[in-house]
Design a protein around this ligand. Structure first.
Ligand code: F6P
Length: 533
């Protein structure tokens, strides 16, 4: 089916996106709504035939069957022999979810209720540090144990009514040193977030935080909580089981913010708002499970991705939220999409003969407009853009700024599609009094090729429930793309080698090992770094 799509693309490549709007009602026929979201993909080069072929692709790839297997708790993460059930974490009023014949929902709901109790104790001052009420929470984690809660805590800042939350991830001491600066160890709660409780960066930072607290606080472990599946290791670290919140191996790191990994977010915004976030995710799950392919938002978002990347061959996609508080969303999506679908073999181990997932990048608008949009508009490569924007902000007194923000967002999508022709550019230059060769030269620089694809996700306002819908939408998009490519979106073996080599390089850097097994370049760099110390 991908071949048919590529053939169709080759046949229609010369046609402009703007010309597709000659088909009546295109905007409605190439957009979809669910819950609070509207997803418009009419400003892409997908025409009626491509739309049909893409749906066929989803059908023949077995997206519906695989989706049902995922929700049914089948071990679809085949390289690790695990079910994939982060959706159970937000299945708040849903049916039983069975793994190996056992309903996991009682355990999920019990953990959620323990988290809520602890969050309330912290927020209401019933859980105190040595110096009294907790004023600051420091979440130490990396990858999925950082990006999700960090992204969402910033996104939902208008809902904060709990202690301040800080996030530390990098093993670079600058990160933790900056985060701890100015905090009072006696009123700080440290949350060590690590599914495995072995990740080098997190464990190193956790020890640093414990030492920092231990200088002032007599029982630092009391002011620590852990979010982890490894109860033996959290106990070894000295954290009381009452402050350990666990989850099962069927929750992947980058899909884990819906459960205990979301504790810092829950403390910041409160359990009720956190539950609203879960309800948003659950609403998207229900839609994904029940909507027909042609009206299924995650499926369509995935198919647009497949069209742009695997069919048209555009190597990257930009995520451009016109929402300053979604500043960390591109980084969050980088892990979600690139760690999930950056694979080179299919589930059965055979080589993938399509390109794997795209490079995902982005920044909030309007900032990006004054940085990299130049390349998006006039560079020689094409970057499909995924815009998102809310109808309302939270700063009521600054409504005029929000109008400007929305105008910019819509204008960028329009400009990308329309472009500006040489004739239009000449006209502008003529208006400035230029003529002859100089007019031609200057006009050429002002041409926008246009015909550049973009999509738009519109929502009313960035509430917890809507953020839940957006995150779950992207999770399922990644899943559908993975199924179509036939890969395992739920393992991440590609991060292992670097971790192993870092371990072997530590003694080389400290001079305990000569590093004779290292290549010449690495040895030279080690020597230089040692000499520069
Ligand atoms: O980078 C690999 C990875 O395993 C991610 O998948 C995960 O989110 C991150 O490290 C953190 O892992 P953990 O929660 O076990 O510390």
């Amino acid at each position: 089916m991908l071949d048919k799509l590529k053939a169709h693309r080759a046949k229609t490549e010369g046609r402009t996106i703007a010309s597709l709007f000659e088909t009546p009602d295109r905007a409605h026929r190439f957009s979809v709504e669910t819950g609070d979201l509207l997803f418009d993909y009419s400003k892409t080069s997908i025409d009626t035939e491509a739309q049909w072929l893409l749906r066929q692709l989803a059908e023949t790839a077995g997206v519906a069957r695989r989706r049902d297997e995922m929700f049914a708790g089948k071990a679809i993460n085949e390289t690790e022999g695990r079910a994939v059930l982060h959706t159970a974490l937000r299945n708040m009023d849903g049916d039983a979810v069975e793994v190996d014949g056992k309903d996991v929902m009682p355990g999920v709901l019990e953990t959620l209720s323990r988290m809520s109790d602890f969050a309330e104790e912290v927020r209401e001052g019933r859980f105190e540090g040595q110096g009294g009420r907790i004023t600051d929470v420091v979440n130490i984690g990396i990858g999925g144990s950082d990006l999700g809660p960090a992204m969402a805590t910033l996104a939902l800042a208008p809902y904060h009514d709990g202690p301040r939350c800080h996030f530390v991830s990098n093993v670079d001491g600058a990160d933790i040193a900056t985060a701890l600066q100015g905090l009072d160890p006696q009123t700080t709660l440290v949350i060590v977030a690590s599914k495995t409780f072995t990740t080098a960066e997190t464990m190193t930072n956790a020890e640093t935080a414990r030492d920092w607290m231990g200088e002032v606080v007599s029982d630092p472990a009391f002011q620590f909580a852990a979010l982890s599946s490894a109860k033996d290791k959290t106990a070894e670290f000295g954290i009381d089981p009452s402050r350990v919140f666990g989850f099962e191996d069927w929750v992947g790191g980058r899909y884990s913010m819906w459960g205990p990994i979301g504790l810092s977010l829950m403390i910041a915004i409160g359990p009720d708002a956190f539950r609203a976030f879960l309800r948003g995710g659950q609403a998207m799950d229900l839609h994904f499970r029940s909507a027909e392919m042609k009206e299924n938002m995650p499926v369509l978002l995935a198919l647009v991705g497949i069209w742009n990347h695997q069919v048209c061959g555009y190597p990257t996609r930009a995520v451009l939220p016109y929402e300053q508080r979604l500043a960390r969303l591109p980084a969050y999506l980088q892990q979600l999409e690139m760690e999930s679908n950056g694979k080179r073999v299919r589930m059965d181990g055979s080589a993938l003969d399509e390109v794997s997932g795209p490079v995902v990048w982005g920044e909030p608008g309007t900032n990006g407009q004054h940085a990299f949009y130049q390349l998006i508009h006039q560079g020689t490569g094409v970057v499909p853009c995924e815009f998102m924007v809310g109808a309302r902000g939270f700063e009521d007194e600054l409504e005029h700024q929000h109008t400007l923000l929305v105008a910019n967002c819509l204008a960028q999508a329009e400009a990308l599609m329309r472009g500006r022709s040489m004739d239009e550019a000449r006209e502008i230059m003529r208006g400035k009094g230029l003529e002859g060769d100089e007019l031609e030269r200057q006009a050429a620089h002002r041409v926008f090729p246009g015909n550049r694809p973009s999509t738009m996700l519109v929502y009313p306002q960035l509430t917890p429930e809507i953020l839940g819908q957006i995150v779950a939408l992207y999770e399922h998009r990644v899943f559908v793309e993975g199924v179509i490519l036939g890969i395992n979106s739920f393992d991440q073996w590609g991060v292992e080698l670097g971790k192993e080599l870092a371990k072997s390089l530590e003694p080389v850097l400290t001079g305990q090992d000569a590093g004779t097994d290292k290549d010449e370049s690495t040895r030279m760099l080690v020597a230089r770094l040692r000499a520069l110390k």
